[in-house]
Design a protein around this ligand. Structure first.
Ligand code: F0G
Length: 467
């Protein structure tokens, strides 16, 4: 009988970068010196960096050669024309503005559309999206389906918004106060979970009935399209590019962090259908980013992005990408480690409340787990829990989010499956001795907002943490 041929990556490696090795003793000292904040570590102190999948991917040989064709003209660069053509082909948006990254696209578009007192509903907004809306004294309303908040529950599209919740928001908000509905694909803050085509269609119909534009935060649009193809009836045979075009066809505009599914290290853009919005946004783009034909990007980076958008929407690339994230998820599930199901597109999220139920929430169980994982295997992950949720602006009390998560975000085309095995082994070791992890962390210093980036912590020693 012939053997099944195992899966192999659809690329080979032309250039390599060293991974810096370290000992447990070194890491114990380094993380203490970093005040138990993984953002304070030097990348040389990290062996496998899963802090983010943003801007950390590897470019292809074709992207590197595209760089050489970059046109650095201040105005009218042909690199801009090439990127405009690609964005139109892939997303269908007629108008586009380049920006230096995703939050800059939010800043420019929201300067155009959001006013004080406005309400912006959607599925769970990413932090910077929320930040740019709240900064303008407007509010966000999270209308994600309830299923998204049950970590272990299997549901194919946990990124979906609930049309009933949205309708309620529309009904109780005065006319003209909802500048747009925003849908984030995939929904990062809900665990990298996708939104179905059916949901997009429903939300778009609801938006149209009420004359409200629909905007897509498309940072991980290609991964979302892959999940639609895999999970949604009627799309199994559909080409990824067709799915992508249909997804965006329901929207009036998009913001993009090209650092994710653009497969580049820096960059972003806004896509629009309306010439009027394009003209208004161009003014802010010139003020905040740069002239409209480069907006914060080098010409060469626009060429690399155009090529990256073609590659991220290739079927073989997406199969590899989603498969690798799922491989890590499966190894953890097989070991009994509680993770958000189904596995996300760009990351695996460990449920720290189930992992360390004996660590009180005010002593940051997800951050405690992140510190332990770093010491165990030199792996850098990110806390998405109470530290990140910040304090209530009025009461100054900790805000406790629905879940306390450790995010293992996988950079694109950077690590091999063996690196994933190392991550799984390190977490398994921690899982086996989880009862010996007795002490959480306490804050020494924190900033008034976005505290997780710069917070200084210390370990709580010689104190018994009650269950
Ligand atoms: N939207 C989503 C869904 C994101 O995940 C991010 C960034 C942004 C917008 C902002 O884009 O970083 O280019 O300014 N997410 C990163 C992360 C930082 O680690 O999840 P940016």
């Amino acid at each position: 009988m012939s053997e099944d041929i195992p899966y192999a990556e659809p690329f080979k490696i032309k250039m390599v970068e060293p991974v810096f090795r370290s000992t447990r003793d070194e890491r114990t000292q380094w993380i203490k010196d970093a005040h138990y904040n993984l953002f304070n570590l030097s990348s040389r102190q990290v062996m496998i960096d899963l802090l983010t999948d943003s801007g950390t991917g590897a470019m292809s040989d074709r992207q590197w050669s595209a760089l050489m064709q970059g046109d650095e003209s201040y105005a009218g660069a042909v690199s801009y024309d090439r990127l405009k053509k690609t964005i139109r082909e892939i997303t269908g948006f007629e108008y586009f503005l380049p920006t230096h990254q995703g939050r800059a696209a939010e800043n420019v578009l929201f300067s155009t559309l959001v006013k004080e007192g406005d309400v912006v509903p959607g599925n769970t907004h990413f932090d910077t999206t929320k930040g740019h809306i709240e900064y303008r004294k407007a509010t966000v309303v999270d209308c994600t389906i309830d299923e998204a908040f049950q970590a272990g529950l299997e549901h194919p599209f946990k990124g979906n918004a609930d049309p009933e919740k949205l309708e309620k928001v529309i009904r109780k908000t005065p006319a003209g106060k909802i500048p747009f509905i925003i849908m984030t694909l995939t929904c990062n803050s809900a665990g990298g979970q996708p939104v179905s085509m059916k949901n997009l269609r429903e939300i778009s119909a609801l938006a149209k009935q009420n004359s409200i534009p629909l905007i897509i935060d498309g940072a991980r649009f290609a991964e979302n399209a892959w999940f639609i193809r895999q999970r949604e009836p009627g799309y199994h045979e559909t080409d990824i590019r067709e799915i992508v075009l249909e997804m965006f066809s329901y929207a009036d505009g998009m913001t993009m962090s090209s650092k994710k599914d653009g497969l580049v290290n820096i960059g972003g853009f806004i896509g629009m259908r309306s010439e009027e919005i394009f003209r208004a946004a161009s003014v802010f783009n010139i003020m905040f980013e740069g002239f409209i034909t480069y907006g914060g990007m080098a010409g060469r980076d626009m060429d690399a992005l155009a090529q990256g958008l073609h590659e991220s929407t290739e079927e073989h690339y997406l199969e590899y990408r989603i498969r690798q994230v799922a491989l890590l998820g499966k190894m953890l599930t097989d070991a009994g480690i509680p993770v958000i199901r189904p596995y996300g597109g760009h990351a695996i999220f460990v449920d720290a409340l189930s992992f360390l139920p004996h660590i009180p929430r005010e002593t940051f169980p997800a951050q405690t787990l992140a510190v332990e994982l770093y010491i165990e295997g030199g792996i850098r992950s990110a806390e998405i829990g109470t530290l990140m949720a910040d304090r209530d602006p009025v009461t100054r009390e900790n805000r406790y989010p629905a879940m306390e998560l450790l995010r293992l975000a996988i950079p694109r085309r950077v690590y091999t499956d063996n690196h994933m095995r190392v991550v799984a082994a390190a977490l398994k070791n921690l899982w086996e001795r989880r009862n010996q992890i007795q002490h959480g962390l306490k804050i020494l210093n924190e900033a008034p907002i976005l505290r997780h980036f710069t917070v200084e912590l210390e370990r709580i020693e010689n104190e018994h943490n009650p269950r």
